[in-house]
Design a protein around this ligand. Structure first.
Ligand SMILES: Cc1ncc(COP(=O)(O)O)c(C=O)c1O
Length: 369
């Protein structure tokens, strides 16, 4: 039957991105009140956004009849200051997703390859697929990204590698030495996108200056988001850092006005509020400890996380458990689409939210017998 158009073959093969279940949908389906629902499904910030960001976003909204600055200059200058760079090293994105997609569009085409690890962010596969490139998923080693195996998978047709630190959904972190070693060995013709969406949750001893690596390796790009530690997921703000030559090429394919007015203003304001990020880090660290103790006490396996979520082996009845939790107003993230049908990912919430989750979990487990 004709659909009235002919989609590219590579797009026919794509399964759409599976997002965390929205609060409103859950309320509708289970007859619950919206404000009673606890969402621990999308690694959002349970503390909201800094007051300065909210104020800046609302002030910007008043000029919503005008287009935003298409070059997001003030935002990019704020990012550049934050990293001690000049603004021509920065590209602004409608979330860091957009930067990942732009990187793929820049270098991938049919006949070329994109390498990423098993159990990594699904947008990597999607962005390679939509460009008709071959997806090469490299098996993880005990759930951790295996950089040696990824390097071995890179050949002369490999134009893009995605590395996440810390990784979603496993929460594992890489060391600077491992990443640097990878960069010294990977061919210069291969763009390495180092996705640091969760880097603000890394414990201090595992942090390192990735931008310093970008300065030394023109085939490397770092991506960051404001959706996690800065609490701007709904506004959509992210950026990429790379050598100006790469940024200039990316700007050729970047949609005009890709970062909206409110996102530009709020994200620039956030960067000035590092005290907020420190508080987010502390709340997250305590939340992770609460989650670890809860699952330890019940003898349930989990992976030690360096991010704002934890991956838990909830077993063969994970899908039923997920539904039982929904009935009790708690949304978590089953990770079957990541090839982990027996696991679920739980985002760190506030202490109150976690207590609600713990009660709902025990009741759900009991209901399942
Ligand atoms: C590893 C990773 N990278 C990038 C993103 C994209 O974030 P955003 O587009 O909200 O900036 C996410 C979102 O969940 C993620 O988990």
């Amino acid at each position: 039957m004709t659909k009235g158009f002919v989609a590219k073959n590579c797009i026919e093969a794509i399964s759409p991105y599976a997002a965390g279940k929205p609060i409103e949908e859950t309320a509708r389906e289970y007859g619950l009140e919206v404000d009673k629902i606890v969402k621990l499904a999308s690694n959002e910030n349970p503390l909201g956004m800094p007051q300065s960001a909210l104020k800046a976003a609302l002030a910007a909204a008043a000029s919503g009849n005008r287009y935003p600055d298409g070059n997001a200059r003030l935002f990019r200058q704020a990012v550049a200051r934050h990293h001690n760079l000049s603004e021509d090293w920065v590209i602004a994105g409608n979330g860091s997703d957009e930067i990942l997609e732009l990187a793929a569009r820049l270098v991938l085409a049919p006949g070329l390859r994109c390498v990423y690890s098993q159990y990594s962010f699904s947008v990597y596969e999607l962005s390679a697929q939509e460009n008709g490139a071959q997806c090469v998923e490299v098996p993880a080693k005990d759930f951790a990204v295996d950089l040696e195996a990824m390097l071995a998978a890179v050949d002369c047709d490999t134009r893009l590698v995605f590395i996440t630190n810390p990784n979603n959904p496993t929460g594992f972190a890489l060391s600077k030495n491992e990443v640097e070693d990878f960069m010294t060995k990977v061919p210069e013709t291969c763009l390495v996108v180092f996705d640091e969406a969760y880097c603000d949750f890394l414990p201090p001893e595992l942090r390192f200056d990735s931008v310093e690596l970008v300065r030394r390796y023109p085939n490397m790009m770092v991506t960051r988001t404001f959706s996690k530690a800065y609490g701007l997921a709904g506004l959509r703000a992210g950026y990429g850092i790379a050598h100006p030559e790469m940024i200039e090429m990316l700007n050729r394919i970047r949609p005009p006005f890709n970062m909206n007015l409110m996102a530009q203003a709020a994200a620039a304001a956030c960067l000035e509020d590092q005290a907020f990020v420190s508080r987010v880090y502390e709340v997250n660290r305590k939340g992770l400890e609460m989650l670890e103790s809860f699952f330890k006490e019940r003898g349930i396996r989990f992976l030690k996380s360096c991010a704002n979520f934890i991956l838990v082996q909830t077993g063969p009845r994970t899908a039923e458990l997920y539904t039982e939790l929904l009935k009790r107003g708690v949304i978590v993230r089953p990770v079957k689409s990541y090839g982990l049908p027996d696991w679920m990912r739980i985002s760190v919430g506030t202490e109150e939210e976690l207590k609600r989750f713990f009660a709902a979990y025990d009741e759900s487990a009991k209901a399942l017998g």
